[in-house]
Design a protein around this ligand. Structure first.
Ligand code: B4P
Length: 190
């Protein structure tokens, strides 16, 4: 199985690149952001709980996102592999993911970490906010909070995966297709 953690700050291009990778490698795309937005759109209890947290740009609780991922793994027993997009975002989530995969006899193959400077992230997300209707893309204060959450709680995961010899850092500024080629290159050498 090919199991990829696609990593980077908000707006780094994770969702964009995941859409290309799932086609090329026939993988299942698990984006916790998309799953949470789906719950909000359906008006579920979980969605109601998550909405105000996401609108502020804070991280949703570990229990909620780990539960969502566990059920998606259970529902796709015959997958070629998974792209984890926006998950894990904390050390607790990364540890839980290792355990869930181990129970299924598999493991994370690699972490692909997209590197993008803060000013570019802010520019991209404000631009997306003009169309997406996402509350968390609408103003610079919330975007800055998301970047701070990333620096405080999520960036330490680079050490977690480099400790397992699985970290590859890729420059995330440039044409989408150029960045995709660099990601393919790392995967093809696994
Ligand atoms: P996500 O949905 O994961 O949101 P994101 O980080 O903003 O998305 P992404 O990084 O994929 O966007 P992309 O770069 O593709 O999370 C939203 C919220 O959900 C979080 O703040 C949190 O509250 C909650 N959440 C999700 N997962 C969680 C978890 N595991 N634990 C706790 N809470 C969780 O796109 C950005 C823009 O850049 C697009 O407009 C795109 O077109 C553009 N772009 C992409 N590549 C580009 C390039 N090369 N050049 C120029 N523009 C580019």
């Amino acid at each position: 199985m090919l199991n990829i953690v696609l990593f980077g700050p908000p707006g780094a291009g994770k969702g964009t690149q995941a859409n290309l990778l799932i086609k090329r490698y026939s993988l299942i795309h698990l984006s916790t952001g998309d799953l949470l937005r789906g719950e909000i759109a359906e008006g579920t209890a979980l969605g109601l709980e998550a909405k105000s947290i996401m609108d502020r740009g804070d991280l949703v609780s570990d229990d909620i996102v780990i539960g969502m991922i566990a059920s998606k793994l259970d529902n796709n027993p015959n997958a070629n592999g998974f792209i984890f997009d926006g998950f894990p975002r904390t050390v607790a989530q990364a540890t839980a993911l290792d355990t869930l995969l181990k129970e299924k006899g598999t493991f994370i193959s690699t972490m692909l970490s997209l590197k993008v400077a803060d000013d570019e992230l802010i520019k991209r997300l404000l631009e997306r906010g003009k169309e997406s209707g996402r509350e968390d893309d609408k103003n610079e204060g919330i975007i800055t909070n998301r970047i701070n959450e990333y620096n405080n709680k999520t960036a330490p995961l680079k050490e977690f995966y480099s400790g397992q010899n699985k970290l590859s850092e890729i420059e995330g500024i440039g044409q989408v297709e150029e960045i995709a080629l660099k990601l393919n290159d790392v995967i093809d050498k696994l």
